[in-house]
Design a protein around this ligand. Structure first.
Ligand SMILES: Cc1cc2nc3c(=O)[nH]c(=O)nc-3n(C[C@H](O)[C@H](O)[C@H](O)COP(=O)(O)OP(=O)(O)OC[C@H]3O[C@@H](n4cnc5c(N)ncnc54)[C@H](O)[C@@H]3O)c2cc1C
Length: 186
C-alpha cells in the first residue's frame, strides 16, 4: 500500500471516530495522486501538509517553458473521455484539445534550440524496423533466449541487419515512444 493511501485511511479513521480535534494529515509527494488526495482531504476539513522531495510540484507531469512555448517532458494526454483527469481539467477550466495519434507529427532536435519534422520516408522506415525488431525478439524468445534484455536484443538486431547509426537512432526512438513511454516510464 502506498504511503499516501495509508495516510488517507488514517484520516478516514479519525473522521469516523469523531475525534474532537480537526484531523491532520501529511501527504507524501506532490504528483497527481498526492495533490488530488490533498485536495480531497482539505475539502473534508482535514488540515493537510504535502511533502515533496523535488523543488517542483507535478511529479511525472512536468511542463517546461521554452522559447518556442511550453514543452511537456512528462504526461500530456488524457486518454479517453471517461478519464477522471478530464473532470479535474474541466473543473479547473484547463483548456483541452482533442488529438488523434493519426495526426501526430514527430520532430528531431537538430541543435539545442531547433528541431525539424521527421520525414515521411524516415517515419515509415523506422516503423518497418520496429516491426522487424518485434519479429526478431519473438523469434529469439521462441528459441529460449527470453531472459535476454531488450537492449541486448536491439544491439543484436542492429548488428545482424547492419543498421546505420541513423537507422539505429530511429529504431531506438520508436522503441522509446512505443514501449518505454507507454508501458515502462512509470
Ligand atoms: C515521459 C512520460 C510521459 C507520460 N505520458 C502520460 C500521458 O500522456 N498520459 C497519462 O495518463 N500518463 C502519462 N504518464 C504517466 C503519468 O505521468 C503518471 O501515471 C502520473 O503522473 C503518476 O502520478 P503519481 O502522483 O502517482 O506519481 P508521480 O507523478 O511520480 O508523483 C510522485 C511524487 O512524489 C515525490 N516523492 C516520491 N517519494 C517521495 C518521498 N519519499 N518524499 C517526498 N516526495 C517524494 C516525487 O518527487 C513526485 O513528485 C507519463 C509518464 C512519463 C514519465
Amino acid at each position: 500500500m502506498r504511503p499516501s493511501t495509508l495516510l488517507i485511511l488514517a484520516c478516514a479513521a479519525a473522521l469516523a471516530l469523531g475525534t474532537s480535534a480537526a484531523p491532520t494529515a501529511v501527504v507524501i509527494g506532490a504528483g497527481v495522486a498526492g495533490l488530488k488526495a490533498a485536495a480531497d482531504l482539505a475539502a473534508k476539513g482535514v488540515a493537510v501538509t504535502v511533502l515533496e522531495g523535488r523543488d517542483r510540484v507535478g511529479g511525472r507531469v512536468w511542463t517546461v517553458n521554452t522559447p518556442g512555448g511550453p514543452l511537456e517532458l512528462g504526461a500530456q494526454w488524457i486518454h479517453g473521455t471517461n478519464n477522471p483527469i478530464l473532470a479535474v481539467a474541466q473543473t479547473q477550466r484547463w483548456p483541452t484539445v482533442v488529438t488523434s495519434s493519426e495526426d501526430a507529427a514527430s520532430y528531431e532536435a537538430v541543435s539545442p534550440t531547433a528541431a525539424k519534422q521527421i520525414s515521411a520516408a524516415d517515419d515509415s522506415e523506422w516503423d518497418q524496423l520496429f516491426t522487424d525488431l518485434v519479429a526478431y525478439v519473438e523469434e529469439a524468445a521462441g528459441e529460449g533466449s527470453s531472459s535476454a534484455t531488450l537492449a541486448s536484443a536491439i544491439s543484436a538486431f542492429a548488428k545482424d541487419k547492419g543498421l546505420t547509426p541513423r537507422q539505429l537512432a530511429g529504431l531506438n526512438f520508436r522503441v522509446d515512444s512505443t514501449w518505454t513511454q507507454e508501458y515502462a516510464a512509470e
